[in-house]
Design a binder for this molecule. Structure first.
Ligand code: 3PY
Ligand code: MG
Length: 252
């Protein structure tokens, strides 16, 4: 049996817009709720929450059970972390703070089996390979890996075309919060200066032939799609709960 089809990667090839949500709580219950909510993908965030491989593995299992395409954001661009997350069964990964083509190439190398990369094979020990049930996992896994590189600094903005040219990078995904800090615009996260930079970057990614993505509030989503974004994260489990609890707690 080959590696499972990466449905998020397949959907990227369909040309439509994919709307998703970040899962920050490390909660299987919240993951299950999000998995049934009607998104196109759910991303388990290992950057700004506890990076706990056991919990991530359970969240991936829950998402698979709900039929929801999944991705995992790794905490940092480190080969051993990327390989661990892939062995847990993530087939789509997001990597924060990718600032150059060299950094992008390092992600691809870490993610693929030789000869394209340096990923080591865990045999029947990995959830990724169905604990041995997917006998042809090693021969087929590379085709099912999808990589989203985050654009979050001025350096990355300057390097968009060279990052987009790296084979194996499927999506260049904007992190507007970090970009706002790097641009000295953290005090004005809703201002035109930031969002015009993001829109311009999205257009350059599309012109370079890659898929553009962005974390966007729902009220800005239409403008981002208009600019050319095709992967749009519109919120998180944590923020949704905060908003809902506040609304509930407000006295009528
Ligand atoms: C950011 O906004 O910095 C993010 O990483 C969200 O994707
Ligand atoms: Mg970020």
């Amino acid at each position: 049996m080959p590696a499972p089809i990466n449905r998020l990667k397949a959907a990227l090839g369909d040309g439509g817009v994919l709307r998703g949500v970040f899962l920050s709580l490390g909660s299987e219950a919240a993951t299950e709720i999000a998995g049934r909510a009607g998104f196109d993908f759910c991303l388990v965030d290992g950057e700004h929450c506890a990076y706990d491989p056991t919990v991530i593995s359970r969240q991936l299992t829950v998402l698979a059970a709900t039929g929801m395409p999944s991705a995992v954001r790794v905490p940092t661009n480190e080969g051993w972390i990327i390989r661990q997350v892939l062995d847990l069964g993530a087939q789509s990964i997001m990597v924060p703070m990718v600032n150059s083509a060299d950094e992008a190439r390092a992600i691809v190398r870490a993610s693929l089996y030789p000869p394209e990369g340096v990923r080591g094979h865990g045999g029947a020990t990995m959830r990724a390979g169905g604990y041995g049930a997917f006998e042809a996992y090693g021969q087929t896994a590379n085709h099912q890996i999808s990589i989203m590189a985050q654009i979050e600094t001025r350096r990355a903005l300057d390097a968009i075309e060279e990052i987009a040219a790296v084979d194996g990078i499927d999506v260049l995904f904007f992190g507007p919060t970090d970009l706002s800090y790097d641009m000295g615009l953290a005090d004005d996260p809703n201002g035109d200066a930031l969002w015009e930079a993001v829109s311009d970057g999205i257009r350059r990614i599309v012109a370079a032939g890659k898929v553009a993505g962005v974390f966007s509030s729902p009220d800005r989503e239409a403008a981002m799609i208009e600019a050319g974004a095709r992967v749009v994260a519109v919120g998180s489990d944590a923020h949704s709960l905060t908003t809902a609890f506040r609304r509930l707690a407000a006295r009528p």
